[in-house]
Structures are given as structure tokens and as C-alpha cells.
Design a protein around this ligand. Structure first.
Ligand SMILES: C[S@@+](CC[C@H](N)C(=O)[O-])C[C@H]1O[C@@H](n2cnc3c(N)ncnc32)[C@H](O)[C@@H]1O
Ligand code: SF4
Length: 307
């Protein structure tokens, strides 16, 4: 029986690293999709919690943390799937309770974004949904199909444009090494198509948006883990990973020279921490990658990598 003076969490919870200091509220559990590399739904049945319970958790948080909460992240893997009325209800309630709240955020699968109309997304933004974390994983349709992403490159482009039109900040992730080491052609396609995807979504103004590359991890129990065990999937090594990233960066070319795309590849899964603004700081980013390729002793060892 849950103690109602404690905020409810269905562990393990899934949140972006940048939301580490946000108030985490369990709006959904698990994920309604099942990508081959992801563990979001391995130990959880997907569900959207009822609004009354979520509001109770917000009440408890108000008592525990006072009125100073500035950021809330609504868990779990794809909380954007929540019906718009429900999502609006909890977001508006959160802003009533926390007058200093600056932003709410969610993970969003591109297909969940596409199911919402422009008006619904605008309403969500106006209510306070300021950032959505979208897993692109790749711009290659071949690879997206291979890992059962259930979204295509064109879905990612349309979803990103819809988010930006509504004013919601886009923070998208891609996965270095997703195609494995068996086939260099797939790695090249992954890098080129991902660069093309990012070029396509670049807005015409100077708003801030985020692109991050994680590096593939193989958590036990995932489909990709099973393939690896059967010898059907071979991981790329650190040099191949950096070479793939290099092709990606070389091919990011924005028409808008004022674009402010904050690029990061400094997650715990990455071999080399890299940060910069695309495409303005391409030269520096490429310099860092080349240094990593030629000085492998500075790369993060595999046993220190994690999700
Ligand atoms: C918890 S998921 C939520 C994303 C959201 N559900 C979507 O699909 O758009 C967050 C991101 O972590 C990354 N990720 C998940 N599993 C990973 C793995 N095994 N290796 C590397 N990155 C991974 C993917 O980029 C994924 O989109
Ligand atoms: S990557 Fe996103 S959509 Fe895919 S299973 Fe994980 S949480 Fe769900």
C-alpha cells in the first residue's frame, strides 16, 4: 500500500540527464513503443496514470519542496502520448501550485507529436510545456526500421517542425553506432542521413534547439542484446564510432547562418565529451574528434560508459 505522503515512482524511472534537478512526476509508466535498444518497457507495463493521482503527487511535492520548484519533468518514456486534455490539466495544475515554475518537459516519440494538432501543441506550449525530448536515433529509414523505431525520417522532420511551430523547444537524440560494426555502408548512411535530417529541421530564426549524440549501449534483456548474444550484432569500436560522428558533423550544413543548435555528445555513453554550436563551431568540433581518433588513450574506457 502506497504511503500517500510520498511521491509515487515506478522504478526505474527514465528522464534526460538535463532534468536531474527537476521535480520528477510520474504521469505515465514505461513506454507504448518497443525499440530494440531501449529498456524503458522491459520491467513495466505501459500506462497513463489517472489525473487525480498525479495531482496528489503534485500536492505532496508542494508540501515537501514549497513554492520554489522551477522545472518539472513528466515521466516516463513517452509522456507526450497522454491525451491533450489530461496533459493540459496536470500542467495547469502544476503552474497553480508552483508560481515560480519556468518549464515543464516530456519525452516525446515523433508519432505522438504527429497525433496532436497544431492547435493542441500550441495550447500545451501556452500552458507551460516548454521542452520535448525526442528520440530520432537516426535519419536513415533503413536503420529506423531495423531497430523498430516505428517512425521514419520524414516523421521526425514533420514532428520537429510542428513542435517548433508551437514554440516548444526541441531536444533530439541520435545514437552513434546504432547500425553495428558488421556493415560500414550502414554506418555511412546513418551519418549522412542523420546530418540531412538535422539540416532539414533547422529553423529560419535564431532560437535555441538541441541535438545530442549518445553512443549505443547494449542493456541486458533488450532485443539488440539478444541479437548480440546470437552473434547477429557486433558493436562498433571507439574509432569507428568517432569516424561515424565525424561524417555526421562534416555534413551538417545549415542555410541559416544564425542557427543556434546546441550540439552535445558528452553523455556517459560517449567515448569523448564534445560540445559546440552547429554549424558555427564545426571546425572546433571536428578538431576534437580528430584528436580523439589519434589519441585513443584519452577516450573513456568501456567499463566507465553507461546510460
Ligand atoms: C528513454 S528514451 C525516450 C525517447 C522517446 N521515447 C522517443 O522515442 O522519442 C531516451 C533516449 O535515450 C536514448 N537511448 C535509449 N536506449 C539507449 C541505448 N541502449 N543506447 C544509447 N542510447 C539509448 C535514445 O536516443 C532514446 O531516444
Ligand atoms: S526509445 Fe523512446 S519510444 Fe523507443 S522504447 Fe525507448 S522510450 Fe519508448
Amino acid at each position: 500500500m502506497q504511503n500517500r505522503e510520498e511521491i509515487y515512482y515506478c522504478q526505474p524511472v527514465f528522464r534526460p540527464p538535463s532534468e536531474a534537478y527537476s521535480l520528477l512526476i510520474q504521469l505515465t509508466e514505461g513506454c507504448s513503443f518497443k525499440c530494440d535498444f531501449c529498456m524503458s518497457n522491459l520491467r513495466k507495463h505501459f500506462l497513463v496514470r489517472d489525473v487525480k493521482s498525479v495531482k496528489k503527487d503534485l500536492d505532496i511535492a508542494r508540501k515537501q519542496y514549497g513554492s520554489n520548484v522551477r522545472r518539472i519533468f513528466f515521466l516516463d518514456g513517452n509522456a507526450m502520448v497522454t491525451p491533450t486534455e489530461k496533459l493540459l490539466d496536470v500542467i495547469r495544475y502544476a503552474y497553480q501550485l508552483f508560481p515560480n515554475l519556468e518549464r515543464c518537459g516530456v519525452y516525446a516519440h515523433s508519432k505522438d507529436i504527429l497525433k496532436k494538432s497544431d492547435e493542441q501543441l500550441k495550447m500545451l506550449f501556452e500552458a507551460g510545456l516548454k521542452i520535448a525530448y525526442v528520440g530520432f536515433e537516426s535519419g536513415s529509414d533503413l536503420l529506423l526500421e531495423m531497430v523498430h523505431k516505428q517512425a521514419s525520417k520524414s516523421d521526425h522532420i514533420k514532428a520537429s517542425k510542428k513542435l517548433m511551430k508551437a514554440g516548444i523547444t526541441l531536444s533530439a537524440t541520435l545514437i552513434n553506432g546504432l547500425g553495428g560494426g558488421n556493415n560500414p555502408e550502414i554506418s555511412k548512411e546513418h551519418a549522412l542521413e542523420s546530418a540531412d535530417l538535422v539540416n532539414e529541421i533547422c529553423p529560419e530564426d535564431d532560437r535555441i534547439w538541441y541535438i545530442a549524440f549518445l553512443t549505443l549501449m547494449i542493456p541486458s534483456g533488450t532485443e539488440i542484446f539478444k541479437k548480440k548474444m546470437k552473434g547477429q550484432f557486433q558493436e562498433m569500436n571507439s574509432i569507428e564510432i568517432l569516424q561515424e560522428l565525424k561524417i555526421f558533423i562534416e555534413n551538417v550544413k545549415f542555410q541559416n547562418k544564425n542557427a543556434t543548435c546546441i550540439f552535445r555528445s558528452n553523455h556517459a555513453s560517449n567515448y569523448l565529451p564534445i560540445k559546440g554550436i552547429l554549424d558555427r563551431e564545426k571546425k572546433n568540433i571536428l578538431g576534437t574528434i580528430n584528436y580523439g581518433i589519434t589519441h585513443t588513450n584519452i577516450l573513456r574506457p568501456d567499463f566507465y560508459r553507461g546510460l
